[in-house]
Structure formats: structure tokens, C-alpha cells
Design a protein around this ligand. Structure first.
Ligand SMILES: NC(=O)c1ccc[n+]([C@@H]2O[C@H](COP(=O)([O-])OP(=O)(O)OC[C@H]3O[C@@H](n4cnc5c(N)ncnc54)[C@H](OP(=O)(O)O)[C@@H]3O)[C@@H](O)[C@H]2O)c1
Length: 257
């Protein structure tokens, strides 16, 4: 991301915690005007009080009835968006060993992670088109590089984001809007703090945000990090039987039905 000159403006979703909060700090430090969104301000509250370049627009991305209000709130604050970082998301894991697995989870997770991101594009695109060279950034995950157990819902939603953004990149080229898909590895945030499995190469949110912010300067199509995890997942993708034998849960007496 370039050092902002005349207060370039970025909209960051999921800015109330974790990666989004850390990214908000990176953009503010580089002189950007930041419009932050989430359902509530959460950990952003103190930062908003202390920073005239930061404002908050509440947005539940799954609630289509809020979209006009959010579009108007963004337009009231800026006549163009130079960047939108669509980062908000959530994670749940499917437990197939339950008698009645929670299949509705697919709907919940797709509705937040995928349709929520699509709604955010719809809301921000008119203002992005008004920037001479805007940058639309979406947050997918390294989870799309190889299959993980229990990640049917989360992984599918992040794979949908990746394809959506790669297609959108084609259609937005004519408007000078660059599109980047970010694929982070494991980052220590409230989203992962509930995980009970090993998370190789776990990074802090500040470390992840700094890497993302630096990578965004060259507007890559995709940025997957850390590279050690990318290499591990490359093996998983190219040697799927080996990957399956290492990661697939073993059958126990409770899963024999
Ligand atoms: N942590 C990781 O290891 C990791 C790895 C790869 C990708 N990611 C992705 O990175 C993004 C940020 O995750 P994180 O780890 O920083 O998680 P986090 O700390 O839990 O932050 C999630 C953010 O999304 C917002 N959000 C959740 N549901 C929302 C909704 N319906 N409408 C609007 N905002 C909503 C939350 O705010 P409210 O609850 O206030 O709405 C919060 O600001 C997610 O898309 C996640 O999938 C994370």
C-alpha cells in the first residue's frame, strides 16, 4: 500500500477485532483515512476516540436491509474509496460424528463469509469506481489450498471468495479497480483462539497485518502467507492420499455407526 498523500480513504470490514483491527492501525499509521465496519465497534472504541482519521459505520453484512444505510453512510464520509479491505468473517467446524450434524452451518457460514463479502462489494463498488485507481481486497484463507477435516463450511466459503474475486478482477479491469485475494495462514485472533488443534506457524495479528499491508503495495492478484504453510499445503494438494492419511480423523468406537 502506498504512503497516502491526500488522505486516501479505505473501508475495512471486520475492523473491530483481530486482523481487521491490526490492519486498521497499519492504514492509520500510513496516513490513510479509515472507515471501519463491523456489527459493533468492539476493541475499536478507544482508537476511534483518539483518532480523527478513523470513523465507524455499523454493518451486519448478512442483513440486506442495512445496505442502503451503509452505502449512504459511506457516501456521507467520502466522495470516493481508494481501497476496500473486505475482511469480516467467522468460522465454525462441522462435527460429522454427531447424531444430527449441524448442516445448517453451511448456510450460516456461507451467508456471513461469502454473501456478506458480496454484499460489501455491492455497497462499496460505486465509491471505488470514483477513485482513479482503486484497490478491492478480499480475505480468503490458506485453508483453500488443501482440504482440512471439519472445514466443509469454512473452507467452501473461502474457496467461493477466491473464485468470486478472480472473476471480479476480470470485470473490474475496465474500471481501473485492482483486485487482490489475501490467503492468510493461522493468525492468533478470537476466531482461532477457540481452536483445539495444532496451528502450524501461528502468527500474531499485528505480524499478519504488517505482512498484508506491505504485500498490498504491489497489488498482487493473490498473497498467501506464511510461505512455510503454503509449501506444506502444496504437498497436501499434490499428494492427496498422503495428506488424507495424515489428517483424516481415525475411526473410533463412537464413530462406527
Ligand atoms: N485468524 C486466522 O487464522 C485466519 C486465517 C485465515 C483467514 N482469516 C480470515 O480473516 C478474517 C478476519 O478474521 P479474524 O481472525 O481477525 O477474526 P475475528 O477477530 O473474529 O474478527 C472477525 C471480524 O468480523 C466481524 N464480523 C463477524 N461477523 C460479521 C457480520 N455478520 N457482519 C459484519 N461483521 C462481522 C467481527 O465483528 P462483529 O462481531 O462486531 O461483527 C470482527 O470484526 C476472517 O474473514 C477470517 O476468516 C483468519
Amino acid at each position: 500500500m502506498n504512503q497516502a498523500t491526500q488522505k486516501d480513504t479505505v473501508w475495512i470490514t471486520g475492523a473491530s477485532s483481530g486482523i481487521g483491527l491490526a490492519l486498521t492501525k497499519c492504514f492509520l499509521d500510513a496516513g490513510w483515512k479509515v472507515i471501519a465496519s463491523a456489527r459493533g465497534p468492539g476493541e475499536l472504541s478507544a482508537l476511534i476516540d483518539a483518532n480523527e482519521n478513523l470513523s465507524f459505520v455499523p454493518f451486519d453484512m448478512t442483513d440486506e436491509s442495512q445496505m442502503d444505510t451503509v452505502r449512504e453512510a459511506l457516501s456521507a464520509q467520502t466522495d470516493k474509496l481508494d481501497c476496500a479491505v473486505l475482511n469480516a468473517g467467522t468460522c465454525e467446524y462441522l462435527d460429522i460424528t454427531e447424531t444430527n450434524p449441524d448442516w445448517k452451518m453451511m448456510d450460516r457460514i456461507m451467508s456471513v463469509n461469502f454473501i456478506g463479502l458480496v454484499n460489501s462489494v455491492e455497497v462499496s463498488l460505486p465509491l471505488l469506481k470514483k477513485s482513479p485507481r482503486a484497490h478491492l481486497v478480499g480475505v480468503s484463507s490458506q485453508a483453500v489450498q488443501a482440504a482440512f477435516p471439519k472445514a466443509e463450511a469454512y473452507g467452501a466459503s473461502k474457496a467461493a471468495i477466491r473464485y468470486f474475486l478472480s472473476s471480479l478482477r476480470m470485470d473490474l479491469k475496465q474500471y481501473n479497480v485492482d483486485v487482490t485475494c489475501l490467503l492468510p495462514g493461522f493468525v492468533d485472533t478470537p476466531l482461532t483462539q477457540k481452536n483445539t488443534f495444532d496451528m502450524p506457524f501461528l502468527m500474531s495479528a499485528d505480524d499478519a497485518a504488517k505482512r498484508m499491508f506491505t504485500a498490498l503495495k504491489s497489488r498482487p492478484f493473490e498473497y498467501a502467507f506464511p510461505k512455510r504453510l503454503t509449501a506444506m499445503l502444496w504437498i497436501g494438494r499434490h499428494f492427496p492420499k498422503l495428506w488424507l492419511s495424515k489428517l483424516a480423523p481415525k475411526k473410533s468406537s463412537s464413530t462406527s455407526a
